[in-house]
Design a protein around this ligand. Structure first.
Ligand SMILES: Nc1ncnc2c1ncn2[C@@H]1O[C@H](COP(=O)(O)OP(=O)(O)OP(=O)(O)O)[C@@H](O)[C@H]1O
Length: 295
């Protein structure tokens, strides 16, 4: 549905993105992650046809994003990172204006969305909070029931309750078969909604993985307190990743099946055992660090 081939953009001598390759399948929810300035918005702006690539091309439903921009915009929904609103309009007027530009007469879905996101759009946009403006943007992105939606940081500015509602909303859209490409800094929303993620760092894709695979790689850490130092010394000889953190305490890192550790522990006198689960956030952090490869 969405294909990015070897996309490269130079601003002067600076590579904003370099050799970016991505494929997003029909009905997939794809998360695009990366630290600030990594190149997410630049990639998205190419998908919207706003930028001329220095090298490479991107396609939506087989149409070249730069050459068929108007045609593509008819069937996609888009939420920009920073929305340029017409400040003198009320939220409702703006939504109606965008609907008219799309040739959309039926505003039933727009009203449903306003209700769902608890948006009172009667006020002037210039007087709206960031979160309210974001909701106006979301209504505009989804009101024509697009089959493909591109969202640049959709929950930025939304409060935690709305972030949760957004997650439920995306899951319902996924159920309908909508293809969604969204950039985000919110690991929780990515974990709960996405099938796959692409991670970009310093303009280059450093990983493309399914959420299921990332979750499998989560490791568990066990904080163990032994009865005495001798017990700990004996345990240090075991073939595990063990880090001693005190005279009788150690942390053991286990990836995958914990069954390998449990029978061994039965041979030791243990006072206390705590489990520290690695979060998906910890896994992402490896990619976010400089160099961008997982350790
Ligand atoms: N028009 C431009 N002219 C010059 N440099 C630009 C331009 N647009 C983007 N850049 C640079 O390209 C890099 C990538 O920016 P981009 O906005 O794509 O990052 P991002 O991943 O969306 O970041 P954030 O998470 O902070 O929104 C940054 O270093 C930015 O300064």
């Amino acid at each position: 549905m969405i294909e990015v081939n070897n996309l490269t953009k130079k601003f002067g001598e600076f590579y904003s993105i370099q050799n970016v390759d991505l494929q997003i399948n029909k009905g997939e929810v794809f998360g695009f992650l990366g630290p600030n300035g990594a190149g997410k918005s630049t990639t998205i702006r190419h998908l919207m046809g706003f930028l001329q690539p220095t090298e490479g091309r991107c396609f939506i439903k087989g149409l070249d994003c730069r050459q068929s921009t108007a045609e593509i915009q008819k069937f996609i929904g888009y939420l920009p990172g920073e929305i340029a609103f017409i400040d003198k309009m009320t939220g409702q007027q703006f939504i109606k204006f965008i609907a008219q530009m799309r040739g959309l007469n039926d505003l039933t879905r727009a009203h449903e969305l306003m209700q769902y996101f608890e948006l009172n759009a009667t006020g002037l946009i210039k007087k709206m909070s960031k979160g309210m403006k974001q909701k106006v943007g979301l209504v505009c992105a989804f009101m024509h029931n697009p089959e493909i939606v591109i969202l640049d940081e959709p929950t930025s500015g939304l409060d935690p309750l709305m972030q949760t509602k957004f997650i439920e909303f995306i899951l319902a859209e996924k159920e309908k078969g909508t293809t969604i490409f969204m950039s985000s800094h919110m690991i929780e929303e990515i974990e709960k909604t996405c099938d796959r993620v692409g991670i970009i760092n310093a303009g280059k894709i450093v990983a493309t993985e399914t959420i299921a695979d990332l979750k499998k790689r989560k490791s568990k850490k066990f904080l163990i307190e032994f009865h005495n130092g001798q017990e700990l010394s004996r345990f240090l000889e075991e073939p595990f990743k063990i880090e001693q953190i005190g005279p009788t305490k150690a942390i053991v890192k286990v990836q995958g099946n914990v069954q390998t550790l449990l029978p061994t522990l039965a041979n030791y006198q243990i006072i206390d055992l705590d489990v520290i689960s690695q979060s998906l956030e910890d896994i992402f952090m490896h990619y976010y660090e400089k160099g961008g490869t997982e350790s």
